[in-house]
Design a binder for this molecule. Structure first.
Ligand code: ZN
Length: 419
């Protein structure tokens, strides 16, 4: 993943002594070429801040403070110890384009400690276009006006009681619940929901562009003057006035924060709903499916894509994969099936490639080498049972076993009733 080969010659002791003189380091490993193409690109790396008296440490790009999540970086920690913070940061290129300081494409990613720039790395931003940024701001404003008319309280079943928008608060007149509205997103994700639905911080996020089917669904809704809900949108590289993006994290394209289990929308308001590789990440896909159906207009279209043979992947957790019958079953009671297919992004070669590359990655070097040198027919010549004692089978990491398991098992006990 990371290329920090330059650190290898520095011994651990020398590295720690080095920090006495140079207590701040900033390393970027993605984008590897130093070019940020759009808001769907994340910046990944790590920094060291070895002074204990710093008040606040932030990452800034062209004067804009970036949202980032901490990421485990054992590679850098091995050398520089616990003062390492790994990060994955989101860049809102529109926000930067509208910042007066942001002239020219060459920017420095800056590590700012207690208000002082202590380290920096040059980056090139391609998508800085003031006209696009202003148009995006306008589209977001128009969507927010539409949303004010179509949002509903997710805490109670009062889907017809209008919400009250007052300053930076949103109030439900039916159950007195209140939510946040701080100007960019409507926040229907209180701590209570985060706990109830096990929403952890994002650690990896998807940023895929729409396939042809999704594009057609959006264009159809656009031509009707309707709206599409992209439920669990992840990062999208641009703002589309027709598409309302709901997520659990405030990415630059996101309009509403909320959970799929309790969508903060009135009944039957969307011409179409997209649920693209999201339902494997929710604790209860059946209740989420009912919510997707509830907010869809009669005659509206749902495009749902859900993994079948994919390894366990987080973002922030992964619960249920579905077979083709499972996918149909989720919606069979309420929706008419128009088309049932394997999308290009779901071709079996993805499974094969994903499993083999992941398997290799989770082996120690010697076993990885022998595994990579095997031919497909070497693997297929024996039964799996006969290969259980092979080093490249036995030495797969625990994490690899869980992520790629053919099945997992558990033993439970029913808790005795308290007397
Ligand atoms: Zn309510």
């Amino acid at each position: 993943m990371a290329n920090i080969a330059w650190l290898a010659p520095i011994g651990r002791l020398a590295a720690r002594a080095f920090l006495q003189f140079q207590p701040y380091l900033l390393h970027v490993d993605q984008p590897a070429n130093g070019v940020v193409e759009n808001s769907a690109d994340t910046i990944q790396g790590w920094f060291v801040a070895a002074r204990s008296n710093d008040q606040e440490i932030v990452l800034q790009l062209a004067g804009v403070t970036l949202t980032f999540v901490p990421v485990e970086r054992p590679d850098a920690k091995r050398i520089f110890g616990k003062s390492v913070t790994g990060f994955r940061a989101v860049v809102d290129t529109n926000e930067i384009a509208l910042t007066p300081a942001a002239h020219g494409k060459d920017k420095n990613l800056q590590l700012v400690a207690s208000g002082r720039v202590v380290a920096s790395k040059p980056l090139r931003l391609l998508a800085l276009d003031t006209a696009v940024a202003e148009a995006s701001l306008h589209k977001r404003g128009a969507k927010r006006e539409w949303l004010k008319q179509h949002l509903a309280c997710p805490s109670c079943d009062a889907q017809t009681t209008p919400l009250v928008f007052e300053g930076d608060k949103i109030y439900c007149q039916a159950c007195q619940a209140s939510f946040e509205n701080h100007g960019k997103v409507f926040n229907f994700l209180p701590e209570k929901f985060k706990r109830e639905f096990q929403i952890a911080g994002w650690d990896n996020i998807s940023a895929h562009s729409y396939d042809e089917v999704a594009k057609a669904v959006v264009e159809q809704a656009r031509s009707n003057g309707g709206k599409v809900l992209d439920c669990g949108s992840g990062l999208r590289p641009y703002v589309d006035e027709t598409v309302i993006c709901l997520e659990v994290e405030e990415f630059p394209n996101v309009d509403v924060l909320g959970v799929n289990q309790k969508l903060p929308f009135q009944n039957e308001v969307f011409d179409a709903v997209l649920s693209l590789n999201v339902l494997e990440h929710v604790t209860d896909p059946f209740s989420c499916a009912r919510e997707l159906v509830r907010v869809l207009k009669p005659g509206g279209t749902l495009y749902c894509c859900i993994p079948f043979l994919q390894p366990e992947h987080g973002y922030p957790d992964h619960y249920f994969n579905a077979t083709r019958s499972g996918l149909k079953q989720l919606f069979s009671r309420d929706l008419e099936l128009l088309r049932h297919f394997v999308p290009a992004s779901g071709e079996p070669i993805w499974s094969l490639h994903w499993f083999l590359s992941w398997y290799a990655r989770e082996l120690p070097l010697a076993e990885k080498t022998s595994f990579l040198n095997m031919r497909v027919q070497d693997i297929l010549a024996n039964s799996a049972q006969a290969m259980l004692q092979e080093p490249w089978v036995r030495r797969l990491s625990d994490d690899g076993k869980w992520s790629l398991a053919a099945s997992t098992a558990a033993l439970f006990r029913k808790v005795a009733e308290e007397q």
